[in-house]
Design a protein around this ligand. Structure first.
Ligand code: FES
Length: 114
């Protein structure tokens, strides 16, 4: 299957719907994406753990370290980059661009890794 990278920003939620320190699962073009709010900022990474089947938005979200712990086996992911900080997962999560316009949250294309 050929995957064509999404280039547009999609409106997914409102800031007022997600409390500070809260999470929200959204779906964009069939992909489940987790939103993680820390104060005035929102981060977005793929919500399905790259190790097995678990939703990261159901895990422990640490706003100070900007990382989320998978509820199943405890892998930790950096929500800014999707990088794995603690095993057993080895594959990074996809991190997405996020744009805020007033109260509205938009999720954009994956952040390119360098
Ligand atoms: S399913 Fe997430 S660490 Fe295993």
């Amino acid at each position: 299957m050929v995957h064509i990278a999404r280039t547009h920003f999609a409106e997914v939620a409102r800031m007022s719907e997600i409390p500070d320190g809260g999470t929200r699962q959204v779906e964009v073009d069939g992909t489940l994406i987790g939103l993680f709010r820390a104060g005035p900022k929102v981060y977005a990474i793929g919500d399905v753990c790259t190790h097995q089947e678990a939703y990261l938005t159901e895990g422990e979200w640490e706003t100070e370290d900007l990382e989320v712990e998978c509820p199943l086996h405890g892998s930790r992911f950096d929500v800014c980059t999707g990088a794995v900080r603690i095993l057993p997962a080895t594959k990074p999560a996809v991190a997405y661009e996020v744009k805020l316009e007033d109260d509205v949250i938009f999720v954009g294309p994956p952040i390119k890794r360098v």
